[in-house]
Design a protein around this ligand. Structure first.
Ligand code: COM
Length: 507
């Protein structure tokens, strides 16, 4: 016998379920969350909160290495630093603390009801948890995604990891191969390398393919300098080992290459956890995602799907917003996902981070007759940099880096690795069409820059803002320098000639 009647049962308390149910309640509905582990989904276990923490530690390790013994910094022995130690702290403190915080916010502050335990969907209006039946007028599925496991031999060997295993590493590998050069793989490479781990990334096609070419250049130039190896156009065929990983075998241009290693991270994508929707007659797409309309409705009336289970983009903001859209629709407010708001993307590449929104330079050049690029630094970087050394005639290397962990330090102590920001403008309309950054601290601004792109923000409007100098985005002051041009031509004397595609062995 069901003994409760809810407006909706939110099956899964991750980002989409937690935010969607909160919004649902705020609109006057009565939601119930069903959750077996902890509210907040994988975020604080092994995804975004965890990544933020590890990125901090990797940035710190990298900076200690760069600054050790220079100027007033003491000499620091980094031979014993360890990723296993890093994650142990997070396991012991971060995971339970975040778990508490999420539960406190949802259950105490917001007074959301949670049925704790493994739920079983009996039908679209009934869920069983620990033998108790719960009734809902609607069902919202938010069961998230899991790492995709490539179909190659050896993925079951010991020390073959995914992002889910990262918090549970007990011993640092010496040689790590990362299969997949997307956002997760490139981020992991930059996080592991500072801990004296030899890292190689193998990517079948192109690393970070949707990113602006100069941002990619910057990241991979930096990787090269740090000894992180990247191969593009290489097809992994097998992970070899006798019980435990010993090597990755890959093919490029007909040649077989073997990469000896003692650990592998698989980062070839995500697969939505949609299996439980099949018995309900819900349509599933090619990526295993639940197919939804713009209002997050499935093909079965009264059943919604939100978050990663409804397919890409796999981005927390999208998960939470899908939850809000479903809540509005259930409460009779016609709502759709706003597809006119450009979606930013972000990746930690410690000691820096990269953020992007809108069109890349390549995309903008295809779409407009001409584009103006607003960029700093704006020329070649010195080849033989040395920390603490003034290099004459590299006056084109000013600024970036103004973030939470370093404002200008990396410029002085860090081999001139101060970052890069660029904005792309359509000179005819004077509107921005894209913003890109590799540096530190700019990412927060991109939340708002996304909206400015949507409303057609111009160079002239940007030039009227109040900058708080030094800021990590630099866009206000940079716009002000050229906004007086009646015909927008941008800066003179700016060239960038680095090309990361020439840095690495090619497939
Ligand atoms: C991220 C998880 S910490 S949630 O979106 O806050 O639930």
């Amino acid at each position: 016998m069901a003994n409760e009647e809810y407006d909706a049962i939110w099956f899964g308390g991750g980002a989409s379920g937690r935010f969607g149910s909160a919004f649902h309640k705020a609109l006057g509905g009565r939601p119930l969350i069903v959750e077996k582990h902890g509210l907040g989904g994988e975020c604080h276990v092994c995804r975004c909160a965890f990544e933020n923490y590890v990125a901090d530690q990797a940035s710190m390790a990298e900076m200690l290495r760069l600054y050790s013994g220079l100027a007033w910094y003491p000499k620091i022995d980094l031979s014993n630093i360890s990723m296993a130690k890093v994650v142990e702290v997070y396991r012991n403190v971060g995971q339970p603390a975040f778990h508490d915080a999420m539960s406190h916010q949802s259950e105490k502050q917001l007074q959301l009801e949670v049925a704790w335990g493994k739920g079983v969907i009996i039908d679209k209006n009934t869920v069983e948890v620990n033998g108790k039946l719960y009734k809902g007028k609607n069902l919202v599925i938010g069961t998230g995604s899991r790492p995709t496991i490539p179909d190659i031999p050896g993925t079951d060997l010991e020390n073959v990891w995914t992002y889910r295993d990262h918090p549970y590493i007990e011993k640092d590998p010496k040689k790590l191969v990362i299969i997949g050069g997307g956002k997760i793989g490139i981020g992991k490479a930059a996080m592991f390398a500072p801990f004296n781990i030899d890292v190689t990334v193998l990517e079948k096609y192109t690393c970070l393919p949707k990113w602006d070419w100069e941002i990619r250049n910057y990241i991979f130039e930096d990787f090269k300098r740090r000894g992180i190896k990247v191969y593009e156009g290489i097809d992994v065929k097998q992970i070899k080992g006798d019980g435990k990983v010993e090597a990755v075998v890959a093919e490029t241009n007909g040649d077989v290459m073997e990469f000896p290693c003692d650990a592998v991270i698989l980062s070839v994508g995500l697969t939505p956890n949609s299996e439980l929707a099949v018995p309900l007659g819900i349509k599933i797409g090619k990526e295993n995602e639940i197919i939804i309309d713009k209002g997050c409705r499935t093909n079965v009336p009264g059943i919604y799907a939100v978050g990663d289970v409804a397919g890409p983009p796999y981005f927390m903001a999208i998960a939470r917003k899908r939850g809000m859209v479903a809540a509005k629709n259930m409460m009779g407010e016609e709502a759709v996902m706003d597809e006119t708001l450009p979606l930013p993307d972000h990746i930690y590449v410690p000691p820096l981070e990269a953020t992007t929104v809108g069109l890349t330079e390549e995309e903008a050049r295809k779409q407009y007759d001409d584009v103006v690029v607003i960029r700093v630094p704006w020329g070649d970087r010195p080849k033989d940099t040395e920390p603490l050394k003034y290099i004459p005639h590299f006056e084109n290397q000013g600024l970036p880096v103004c973030g939470r962990m370093h404002s200008l330090n990396l410029f002085f102590y860090g081999e001139n690795r101060n970052g890069l920001v660029k904005a792309i403008v359509d000179p005819a309309s004077r509107k921005y069409v894209g913003f890109h950054s590799v540096g530190d601290g700019a990412k927060t601004g991109f939340q708002y820059l996304s909206y400015l792109l949507k409303i057609g923000w111009t160079v002239d409007q940007m030039a009227e803002l109040h900058e708080i100098f030094l800021n990590a985005e630099h866009f206000v002051q940079l716009s002000r320098l050229i906004a007086g041009q009646k015909e927008l031509t941008g800066y003179g004397a700016q060239t960038v000639t680095e090309d990361y595609t020439k840095l690495f062995p090619k497939g």
